[in-house]
Design a protein around this ligand. Structure first.
Ligand SMILES: [Zn+2]
Length: 342
């Protein structure tokens, strides 16, 4: 039988729940146990796959057509109801599953509901900043979602932080201050036709003008298949749980291995980062051809998704549209008085 592999399949099979705050991994009742991860130099890796990979799963749906500008960030899908019981009975939640940058390719559940941060979550964000750890920030996000934030791809998590930035503190306008560098505009200032301060802008950040990066489902599936055919490894997208688990890593090789460990299948090689890293360390010894590193890097580039940390703005002085950086940090969620004192 022809073997196919894609993230949709991996998500269908993923049976792990990550418990907030301590990264204890539990298998879903009834789920297949993860395969034993013993590298075998004599057997081609491709033959070591699990039987359930041979079950043909429906292909993931291609990207939904883009929503009307702004709908993703400001409201979610119009008319849709949130995805779990808690969210359904709570009018604060909106459904964003079909506008997430990952297209939910790596999730079993294709829906996700979110509500804006409230004071208890701002409290957690404060603790994250105070203790310089992302853990409490992830817990804050979890409290506002229909499921655990630990399971999210990093791209979706950062996208949701921008969603929170736009949607929390409703009365407060979100703005970005920037200086126009349009040459014609600068020349008109240089000649005295326009005042220098006409270059200075304060633009509102609405969500609709944030620049997103979405996955290309066909390209992602095709690459994952090609990678598997070449190297016999199942790929995944980097998850928040890995980031939290490796935050206090002391291993000098941690950065090197973490990068690649984060993109191999949790289902096949272990839900815990450390376990997968041990597997990969052994795998590299058996497969020392450095070409695999280039392929890993190509996968990481191809699956980069989330937000570009830039926003589209229009100069008030010359009307030219441009893009400026907007980096949302945890500090931006804290009340003004706190930020001022930092
Ligand atoms: Zn301008």
């Amino acid at each position: 039988m022809e073997k196919t592999v894609n993230l949709g399949q991996l998500a269908e099979m993923a049976g792990s729940d990550v418990i907030a705050t301590n990264t204890v991994i539990r298998s879903r009742p009834g789920a297949e146990p993860p395969p034993r991860v013993v590298p075998n130099p004599n057997a081609p890796q491709a033959t070591a796959q699990q039987p359930q990979m041979e079950v043909q799963q429906p292909q993931p749906q291609p990207a939904a057509p883009p929503q009307a500008a702004g709908s993703a960030f400001s409201q979610g899908r119009a008319g849709s109801s949130p995805s779990n019981a808690r969210a359904q009975s709570d009018a604060r939640f909106v459904e964003v599953g079909d506008v997430l940058p990952s297209l939910c390719m790596a999730y079993n559940d294709k829906t996700l509901a979110v509500r804006p941060f409230e004071v208890p979550e701002i409290n957690k964000i404060h603790r994250s900043v105070a203790e310089s750890t992302i853990r409490h920030e992830v817990d804050a996000m979890s409290a506002t979602l229909s499921r655990s934030a630990y399971d999210l791809t990093l791209g979706d998590f950062y996208w949701l932080m921008y969603w929170q930035y736009v949607n929390s503190y409703k009365r407060l306008p979100k703005t970005v201050t920037w200086t126009c560098t349009n040459e014609e505009h600068m020349n008109r200032v240089g000649s005295g036709e326009l005042a220098p301060d006409s270059l200075e802008n304060v633009s509102e950040v609405k969500g609709s003008n944030l620049i997103e990066k979405k996955l290309d489902a066909d390209a992602v599936n095709a690459f994952a298949q090609r990678f598997f055919d070449t190297w016999g490894l199942y790929l995944d997208l980097p998850r928040v749980s890995d980031l939290v688990e490796t935050e206090d890593e002391k291993d000098p090789d941690a950065d090197w291995y973490s990068k690649y460990t984060s993109v191999i299948s949790r289902e096949h090689y272990g839900a815990q980062h450390k376990r997968r890293r041990d597997y990969l360390r052994g795998w590299f010894k058996q497969h020392p051809d450095p070409d695999v590193l280039s392929d890993f890097e190509d996968w990481i580039d191809l699956t980069d998704h989330g937000v570009e940390e830039r926003v589209k703005v229009t100069c008030q002085g010359c009307g030219v549209e441009t893009q400026v950086d907007l980096r949302v940090t945890p500090l931006m969620f804290l009340p003004k008085g706190y930020s001022r004192n930092r």
